[in-house]
Design a protein. Structure first.
Length: 714
């Protein structure tokens, strides 16, 4: 069959992301740049050209800007950051829209975020439909609204509301936007085109004038605006923990108050470019994409998930109850299985406690709790799981107990049910091998508290079928978790790497650092807590049990620091016992340094024959991070993690790694792998068994490559 040359020419033609057509007297400008109408260079050009066309064409009396697809505009094209700029710049496009002599109306549906909202603010009138989401989330990418947003927003809605939007980065709904004055009208329906055109007609009929946001007067009450800026500055200095862009946002709003629009915009531009250059911006943008990239696994691409409508949870302890809450919150029914009636009642009480806490804080109504709990049933008989589509086991961390539970699941569950374990360390291949349907067995490793923590390690044993893996990723979406694919090994990605850097920290304590200094150095790096605070929070007994289990298989030549064992032998398990590495006064959640712990540490150093030396905070971090990076590299090398970015996401969402540093592997690239490897080789002079450079790290250094080069699409 001959090809139709016209058709092939058509299909080869580049798509035009901005089109315009005359609808009566209104020029309808449509942005169609999938997936989210980001403001790439072609969109910017198209928008500027559409305004020129409107100005030049006498038939046009007003302009209506809409987005095609699910969103208005999600913002600047984040993929362009760090590349050479291409004109026109977004602030110029916004200024061109605002300068139009014909009224411009933005009709917003879906997301109008960042630069997307800035385009809308440059328009003269704004309409949002009920499902719209508006926001200035630049701060979450280490930036500030850089297309006039810091100047127009406070002039339109006042300093306090503008600062709150820009410093939180939160998305607000259409009604709230209307209340703030960010939009002029909320449409009655979600039909964006009909609503937009009707409003445009109304504006024309009323001879509505061009109305420029730069002239809005919400900063006229100068004293109130200054007070809001001062309060935001003080609050930000306290809370922003080393973040660069939040204080710059405050500076921009100060400029909006003190200076002309043009001067303010110059300040905004200068500070925006500083943010753009900052490593924090690179770290946060890496986190943004990595968080999306982890969802793309070979199995999620190749297989269709199984339907999950009912869920069983075995065990109602800390994790079982938390997992039940996570599933209930996703709107699914849960059947909880426990050993006996008393344990079942305790499990149910754990679940209720979560919702009672929300009620006490005024975040939930008692009726809502009743409605949720109506979806929770319990039983001491496994037969209650006969119709469950997915069962998650969260019983004691003992292979015998787990295998007994899986034997019961094998007996009662329907064919095709997904059988998941929440084990932290045990060999899931061995659990799978113990049942007749290993293809249905998978690890779903939640983090405590399971209803809050975002990370879900999806642990993929050798015999599992691809659709079960795809189901796990689909479940994560329903539970609003961030899933990371991990292979089977002791501790999977997160706990395996954690064990190594914790050991490096223990070595430093025995060599002369104090746990309090290490915690502080780690907090100063950006973590919310240091490692010894985390031990005290989670309970020292958990790690103690693991150490005892591993004692028999530990390399006798490996250095073993006994300090934590000395504390556990005294029953000092952390917060829950009132003391651990820290002392907790009656019910206190923040501990104070404990002189007795310091004397135990001194005694242990003597026992080990170690002459203590001092550590700088910088050396502490170099060792702590080198241990983390090296084991992260091993995890990638052994294909336990698909890519370095999977390690990054694990630590960002499960272990409190500071987001603006992008995760340990991204951070390693910013330090330079040559430096990291040189550190490891230097530390290896004292302890070559512990500090063995990862073969992957060595290979990358030899090739002059970095971890980012391995973050390729799956
Ligand atoms: N630029 C480039 N790509 C973007 C993007 C953006 N602004 N926003 C989203 N994408 C991409 C995602 O990476 C993803 O790509 P993939 O399919 O290849 O993985 C795809 O669009 C779909 O995104 P999501 O999976 O996040 O889709 P959702 O429907 O779940 O969410 C959204 C949509 C709410 C718009 C969400 O994508 C989002 O929050 N985007 C970022 C918004 C933002 O931060 N905007 C500010 C940008 S900075 C700015 O504007 C600076 C200016 O002031 C000068
Ligand atoms: P837990 O001791 O609080 O709860 C275990 C529950 O299982 C108890 O309520 C017990 O009655 C019940 N149980 C024991 N045997 C049972 C059986 N045969 N049938 C039904 N129920 C049974 O323990 P936790 O902390 O909830 O841990 C559970 C699992 O989750 C473990 O495998 C653990 O390694 C893992 N995990 C724990 C985390 C934590 O931070 N606590 C984090 C991630 C995973």
């Amino acid at each position: 069959m001959a090809l139709d040359p016209a058709a092939s020419a058509l299909s080869a033609a580049p798509t035009v992301p901005v089109t315009h057509e005359l609808r009566g007297k209104v020029l309808l400008v449509t942005i169609d740049n999938p997936p989210v109408n980001a403001l790439g260079v072609d969109v910017r050009r198209g928008l500027a050209a559409a305004i020129e066309h409107a100005e030049a064409n006498a038939a046009v009396q007003a302009v209506l800007i809409v987005g095609a697809g699910r969103n208005f505009i999600a913002g600047a094209d984040i993929r362009e950051f760090g590349k050479p700029p291409q004109s026109p710049a977004l602030p110029d496009v916004c200024n061109r829209i605002e300068a139009s002599h014909k009224p411009v109306l933005a009709a917003i549906h879906g997301a109008a975020l960042g630069g997307g909202l800035e385009i809308a603010l440059a328009a003269h009138y704004r309409l949002a439909v009920p499902g719209a989401k508006l926001g200035l989330p630049e701060v979450q990418l280490g930036l500030l609204p850089g297309a006039g947003g810091t100047q127009r927003t406070p002039r339109l809605i006042g300093a306090e509301a503008a600062l709150s939007l820009m410093l939180s980065g939160k998305h607000i709904g259409a009604q709230e936007a209307l209340k703030l004055g960010l939009v002029d009208r909320v449409g009655a329906s979600d039909d964006i085109l009909a609503e937009g055109l009707a409003y445009a007609q109304e504006l024309l009929a009323a001879h509505a004038p061009v109305r420029r946001t730069r002239d809005a007067q919400a900063l006229a009450e100068r004293a109130a605006a200054q007070a809001a800026i001062d309060a935001a500055r003080a609050d930000t200095a306290k809370k922003s923990r080393g973040l660069f862009s939040p204080l710059k946002i405050v500076d921009c709003v100060q400029a909006a108050l003190d200076q002309s629009f043009e001067e303010g915009q110059r300040v905004e531009r200068k500070l925006f470019l500083e943010c753009l250059e900052s490593p924090q911006r690179a770290g946060l943008v890496h986190a943004f994409f990595a968080e999306r990239e982890v969802q793309k696994t070979p199995e999620a691409k190749s297989a269709k998930p199984r339907a999950i409508e009912t869920v069983g949870v075995v065990g109602g302890g800390t994790m079982g109850a938390g997992i039940a809450v996570a599933v209930l919150d996703a709107g699914l029914p849960v059947t909880m299985i426990e050993r006996d009636d008393a344990s079942l009642a305790r499990g149910r009480a754990h679940v209720e406690k979560v919702y009672d806490g929300l009620i006490a804080k005024g975040r939930m109504k008692p009726e809502a709790k009743d409605a949720i709990l109506a979806r929770l049933s319990g039983s001491t008989s496994y037969d209650a799981l006969a119709s469950a589509d997915l069962v998650i086991e969260a019983v004691f961390e003992e292979m015998g107990v787990k295998q007994a539970v899986f034997a019961e699941l094998d007996r009662v569950c329907k064919p095709g049910a997904v059988l998941a374990t929440n084990t932290s360390y045990l060999d899931i291949d061995a659990i799978a091998a113990s049942v007749k349907r290993p293809q249905d067995v998978i690890g779903l490793h939640f983090f405590s508290p399971a209803n809050i923590m975002k990370l879900l390690e999806v642990v993929v044993p050798s015999q599992v079928s691809a659709d079960v893996v795809a189901t796990a990723f689909e479940l994560a979406k329903k539970l609003r978790k961030v899933p990371v694919r991990a292979g089977v090994c002791d501790g999977f990605i997160g706990n395996r790497v954690l064990a190594v850097y914790r050991t490096a920290a223990d070595h430093m304590i025995e060599d002369g650092a104090s746990p309090y200094q290490i915690d502080k150095a780690v907090r100063d790096f950006g973590y919310p807590m240091g490692p010894y605070q985390v031990v005290d929070l989670a309970g020292g007994d958990i790690g103690w049990a693991t150490r005892k289990r591993r004692a028999a298989t530990r390399d006798p030549k490996a250095r073993y620091v006994q300090i934590a064992d000395r504390l556990c032998e005294r029953g000092w398990f952390g917060q829950k016992t009132g003391r651990g590495f820290y002392l907790y006064a009656q019910g206190a959640r923040v501990g104070t340094p404990d002189p007795e712990v310091e004397s135990i540490i001194r005694a242990e150093r003597e026992r080990a024959g170690i002459e203590p030396r001092s550590f700088s905070d910088e050396e502490i971090l170099r060792r702590y991070m080198a241990a983390m990076i090296n084991e992260g590299a091993n995890v990638v090398h052994e294909k336990i993690a698909l890519r370095p970015l999977d390690v990054d996401v694990t630590f960002l969402y499960g272990y409190g790694f500071p987001r603006h540093r992008g995760g340990p592997m991204h951070y390693a690239d910013t330090v330079g792998l040559v430096t990291v490897l040189a550190d490891i080789r230097e530390f290896a002079k004292e302890d070559p068994l512990f500090w063995k450079p990862s073969p992957l790290l060595v290979e990358l250094v030899e090739r002059g490559a970095n971890f980012a080069s391995l973050n390729t699409a799956i």
